[in-house]
Design a protein around this ligand. Sequence first.
Ligand code: DLL
Length: 435
Amino acid sequence: MPDSWIYNPSVELLSRDELDKIKLQRLKEVIHRVYNNNQFYRKKMKEKGLKPEDIKTLEDIKKLPYTTKEELRENMPFGFLVTEYQNVVEVHATSGTTGEPIFMYYTIKDIENWSEIMARSLAAAGLTKRDVLQITPSFSLFTGGFGFFYGARRIGATIIPTGPGFSKRQIYTMIKLGTTMLAGIANYAIRLAEVAFEMGVDPARDTRVRKGVFGAEMWSDSLRKKIEEIWNMETFDIYGMAELYGPGAAIDCQYHNGLHVWEDHFIVEVVDPKTGEPVDVEEKGELVFTTLTKDAMPLIRYRTRDISRILDENKCQCGRTHTKIDRIQGRTDDMFIINGVNIYPQAIENVLMQSKLVGNEYQIVISKRPSGDILTIVVETSKKLSEAEKMMLSKDLEKQLREVILVTPRVEVVDPGTLPRFDGKAKRVVIKSEE
Ligand code: DLL
């Protein structure tokens, strides 16, 4: 079996025409279903004077109203369900740290579809029956653990469902059982490496892990490079969200030039986050997804708040025809404004991770003040430095950051091990209110 392979060639290699035909047929079906079975969608379509029959071409999707996270929240728990509750076999939730959780429902069909797109994604990352996959996201309301599990089960790989935490035990297990692929949240690969070194284990030398599939949070190109170097592994960027089954809506193939969106399951659009107007191919904006196969809880033109763009390419070198999006640049709600300048945390991470003296952890602190907000970046060093060296590093980073983010932050350099660690998604931005 080649390193990277195609799980379902009959779909992944379809011509554009054939793919579009499937998309249109499924779009029409899902619009009829939600209109006939869901009050929320029917009301919103009626408000726009729309009937399901008005959707005749793929372009017509633009006539449909958007669905937002607020609307999901307002209509919890069952307002978006398009089947009877007794048909639901599993429930997950979005992992937002603010507000009430938003529940997502799955029928048997949904689990089948999710398994299919996850199997395709893991095959694109090279997972085969002979591999040993350690799954470190949690098996819980969070979709991470189960998503990887379902895909790997289809492929028949050996699954080690460790879930997160107990990092020493993770390293022990990985060595004893010969893990070849690691699945998880990007920053956890760094955390695991840190613990490995503490145990006297060099991840590149002493483990068999040579591939990693990571996602669930923004991870900059520099962080990616760092993970690949520490582990001597090839990494794959997997994208998804509970609203789109979970992980597996898109993944990059072995050419690492954009993430294929499984178009027979999703229609992806990119819109201006402020105006909601569609933007051109290659132009950055907010991703909007319509689910074509979700059974229990289809979503129409769902505003993800994730920033990316559609890449202008008909066919990838890997042969897949499914459209590609760029790696996620951040979220519309991650962006913060200092002195009128819009700043995405990713830009900061990119600068920090390029310095050999900077460790793996950092924190962006925004102190809210009536006289103007102050941006402080707390950075851990990779090894213990003298006070003079810390001072120099701080000045150097302040200068480099200013060139990229166009405001001058205060950079506070701290010793290794000072900042909090995360077994799940990292919390990098801290907002403090000062009188
Ligand atoms: O994070 C699902 C997932 C699990 C994806 C494991 C990949 C791996 P939620 O908890 O609903 O679902 O969070 C979804 O996470 O809107 C993005 O902001 C962010 N996200 C997910 N994948 C990526 C990625 C899971 N590859 C939210 N790059 C999304 C950047 C990502 N951000």
